[in-house]
Design a protein. Structure first.
Length: 107
């Protein structure tokens, strides 16, 4: 179970992200991860933030960490695949989409 402190950092981070304050969001997602390194939602949201900042390689690492922690995270597989397409890495993207398909086949 995620601690109250982690959830508070996530709330602040999400508000900052929704207000397009990506630096503050990134800081708060990092604090949430520092509280609990297995908090897959924080890793995923950190990936979204980094992607929004154009820091694509770092975003990919966050999406990969998310899927390591939660292999059924459909949004992370999808975003990782789409980001890889944007980065002109279609073979890697297809692997993500194949894994995404498996999420639906083996619930």
């Amino acid at each position: 179970m995620v601690s109250e402190e982690c959830l508070q950092h996530m709330e602040v981070a999400n508000e900052a992200y929704n207000s397009s304050n990506l630096l503050k969001a990134l800081k708060e997602y990092n604090l949430a991860i520092d509280c609990d390194a297995s908090f897959d939602e924080a890793w995923y949201n950190k990936g979204l933030t980094l992607q929004g900042m154009g820091r694509n390689e770092e975003a990919l690492k966050c999406y990969k960490k998310t899927t390591e922690l939660n292999p059924k995270n459909v949004a992370s597989w999808n975003n990782m695949g789409m980001l890889l397409v944007d980065m002109d890495r279609p073979k890697e993207a297809m692997k993500c989409f194949d894994r995404l398909e498996n999420c639906f086949e083996n619930p």
